[in-house]
Design a protein around this ligand. Structure first.
Ligand code: FAD
Length: 401
């Protein structure tokens, strides 16, 4: 049986971030990943899964030495954000120059983020990368947790972290319930070329049927996320490219002219969820294993990176060499208390936006249009909004500062 300080189940974006942060503290880490990740290939087309990476997440990656690897692979900075309502004339525009910042964030393929993190992770002597390997059983004992892999191999550690995504096996084996609300929507994603340049702007149009985002890519195209009710999303997936391009252009109000080309599409069911607990004795959940939110503000992965950085902060104070207990419940509760409020608030805010914008009722249409227009004119409110979205204000873990 192999013994570690921390076993992380799931080597996706959040698990890899946590693994690297803990390895830098000198802990002996095992990261168990079920699927062999697809390495980044610069000749390959953009991955359909991209994330709008906040400044707080960028800082975390900088501290961990993974940021240069992301920039070297492929990353698209954006300088503006433009949000408007399809049913009125309310709109809001954010400009990085108003904040004295070089950009508002970066659009980066999930594959690039994971690849750059794993490159650094594998370079650490004290990390065992176990892949492909899947967790089959988990036993929590007084002095440690025992994990059994599907191939029968056993590992032991005082702390097991579930970074294994929305269908977390760790969460299930630990008997932690999850409150899940399916939104009855899917996020249709594709890479598209537009007639007019995207102007390094992240565009978001609120339609009564759901938000439509155009995220600018460095090659001049846009990565789109079109949130639509299940039936509409199914219809969008079934269309041929020419019809899809036409419908997309109309839904986007032809803001960037005609849609010139579209890549193959994919659709993801959208749901908000919160685990009943983020921690149990010897167990902690991070990222999508602990919570998921609507992608309309592009915050899901960013919240997960803050989970990882906060848990790393909490564990940093524990002496090594078996002199402290990394899986002590009271210690792990500190992580939960710090992150849960922020994550629940983000989920509620996204649900509020979805309700406010996904509604044809005249008073709500008036409210959102007036709200957008007023906020656009109210400098300090607007600045605070964008600084929060960038992760530049509020309480932050040390890696995000
Ligand atoms: C359409 C869409 C757009 C989005 N856009 C954004 C955005 O712009 N910005 C943003 O911040 N977020 C965005 N998100 C959310 C973001 O994609 C997720 O929050 C993020 O991928 C979660 O990362 P994770 O590492 O927690 O989980 P995952 O990415 O799900 O990784 C989990 C890992 O665990 C592994 N695993 C699972 N089970 C096991 C097991 N039993 N044993 C071993 N390994 C296992 C999996 O193979 C996987 O590698 C978006 C989501 C959607 C659906």
């Amino acid at each position: 049986m192999q013994v570690f300080d921390v076993v992380i189940v799931g080597g996706g974006m959040v698990g890899a971030t946590l693994g690297l942060a803990l390895a830098r503290q000198g802990r002996r880490i095992a990261v168990i990943e079920a699927r062999e990740p697809t390495p980044f290939d610069p000749a390959a087309d953009y991955d359909l899964r991209v994330s709008a990476i906040s400044r707080a997440s960028q800082r975390i990656f900088e501290h961990l030495g993974a940021w240069p690897g992301m920039l070297a692979r492929r990353a698209s900075p954006y300088a503006h954000m433009h949000v408007w309502d399809a049913t009125g004339n309310g709109e809001i525009h954010f400009d990085c120059a108003e904040l004295g910042e070089p950009n508002l964030g970066h659009i980066i393929e999930n594959r690039v983020i994971q690849d750059a993190l794993l490159e650094r992770l594998r370079a650490e002597d004290n990390v065992s990368w176990l892949c492909p390997a899947s967790l089959a059983a988990l036993a929590v004992e007084a002095d440690g947790a025992r994990l059994t892999m599907e191939d029968g191999c056993e590992l032991r550690a005082p702390l097991v972290v579930g970074a294994d995504g929305a269908r977390s096996r760790v969460r299930e084996l630990a008997g932690i319930d999850v409150a899940r609300q399916a939104y009855g929507q899917r996020g249709v994603v594709a890479t598209v070329a537009t007639e007019r340049p995207h102007a390094a702007t992240a565009w978001q149009r609120f339609l009564p049927t759901g938000p439509l985002a155009f995220l600018p890519l460095a090659d001049g195209r846009c990565s789109i996320v079109w949130s639509a009710d299940d039936a509409r999303a199914e219809a969008l997936m079934a269309m041929d490219d020419a019809r899809f391009a036409r419908e997309l252009g109309v839904a986007f109000g032809h803001r960037l002219g005609e849609i010139v080309s579209v890549s193959p599409r994919a659709a993801f069911p959208l749901a908000g969820s919160q685990a009943a607990a983020y921690v149990r004795p010897r167990i902690a959940l991070v990222g999508d294993a602990a919570h998921t939110i609507h992608p309309l503000a592009g915050q899901g992965a960013n919240l997960g990176f803050l989970d990882a950085a906060t848990l790393a902060d909490v564990l940093a104070g524990v002496p090594g060499d078996g002199r402290g207990d990394l899986g002590h419940h009271a210690l792990l509760r500190r992580y939960e208390r710090t992150r849960r409020g922020d994550n629940v608030l983000s989920m509620r805010a996204m649900e509020g936006f979805k309700l406010l914008f996904g509604n044809d009722l005249a008073p709500l249409a008036w409210l959102r249009n007036t709200g957008l227009a007023l906020t656009n004119r109210a400098g300090p409110v607007k600045h605070e909004l964008i600084r929060r979205a960038m992760g530049l204000s509020g309480e932050r873990p040390s890696l995000a500062r």
